[in-house]
Design a protein around this ligand. Structure first.
Ligand code: OAD
Length: 252
């Protein structure tokens, strides 16, 4: 498959799965993790911030860091890549095709752009839950008054993201894997494809014979495995693809 055949493959797809990573939100101003210059893990040590042990050791530092990220995301806007995926989903759903967006991102920008069938593999920065009683609530307000924020039961509340060493939500994994087993077209967009089990979905799609496409300005470990690698920013490539699928009416 070459790029000019992609819009047709998408238009004819019976069941499409899209996996996204931090790169799709880069153009919304949200830092990725592994980019050498501006990736979060280039500046911060994940062992001190993104593990259950780190939270047990220093709940103030960890909760403050995640709350700063929550506020940064609340101030960001979905970009053309997020909106294009929502358009693609609508196009397919109106024609009775299946579509699932599986994201590793915790910023909820896909939902804000209008995507409806979304699986959050790594949880969300916006949902905070009590480490003692498990009570969970979405947070959309200003910074917490204290760190760590406290539950009514007195327990320390933590961000609802998946930390290193933790299990992914099993219902989300099952939904993602079920969709990949059944898909005929699979996209990997804006992910370094280095973190498993999420990256395993790409290999599963290739192994099961789906048509596979990667969109990433940089090569990744899966670039040679997929059928088509588009080395471009997600917003540019996805907007073009959505326009080819369903041209926007010209405004006079
Ligand atoms: P990474 O930071 O590992 O990779 C981001 C990818 O996005 C890189 O391959 C970039 O080349 C690419 N990229 C940068 N700008 C882009 C753009 N404008 N358009 C498209 N791609 C672009 O982020 P993830 O793959 O999402 O886990 O990382 C996976 C997981 O590792 C994250 O969910 C997080 C992290 O540790 C948890 O927090 C559990």
């Amino acid at each position: 498959m070459n790029e000019s055949e992609l819009a047709r493959a998408l238009a004819e797809s019976r069941s499409c799965v899209v996996l996204t990573g931090a790169g799709i939100s880069a153009e919304s101003g949200i830092p990725t993790f592994r980019d050498a210059q501006w990736g979060l893990w280039a500046e911060f040590d994940p062992g001190k911030l993104a593990t259950p042990e780190a939270f047990a050791r220093d709940p103030e530092l960890v909760s403050r860091w995640y709350d700063e990220r929550r506020l940064a995301v609340a101030g960001a806007r979905p970009n053309a890549g997020h909106f294009a995926l929502a358009r693609i989903e609508r196009f397919l759903e109106e024609r009775g095709r299946r579509f699932l967006l599986v994201t590793q991102n915790v910023d909820r920008l896909h939902q804000r752009a209008g995507s409806r069938s979304v699986v959050e593999l790594h949880g969300s920065l916006l949902d905070w839950r009590c480490s003692q009683c498990g009570a969970e609530r979405e947070e959309s307000g200003p910074a917490f008054p204290c760190y760590p924020p406290r539950c009514a039961c007195g327990g320390a509340r933590r961000p609802g993201v998946v930390w290193f060493g933790e299990m992914l939500p099993q219902d989300s994994v099952a939904r993602a894997e079920g969709a990949v087993n059944d898909c005929d077209l699979f996209f990997s967009i804006g992910t370094s494809a280095e973190v498993f089990p999420a990256a395993g979905l790409i290999h599963r799609a290739v192994d099961l014979g789906a048509r596979t496409v990667e969109i990433n300005p940089q090569p990744t470990p899966v670039s040679r495995r997929v059928d088509l690698s588009i080395h471009e920013a997600a917003a540019t490539a996805l907007r073009r693809l959505a326009d080819e699928l369903e041209p926007r009416p010209t405004k006079y």
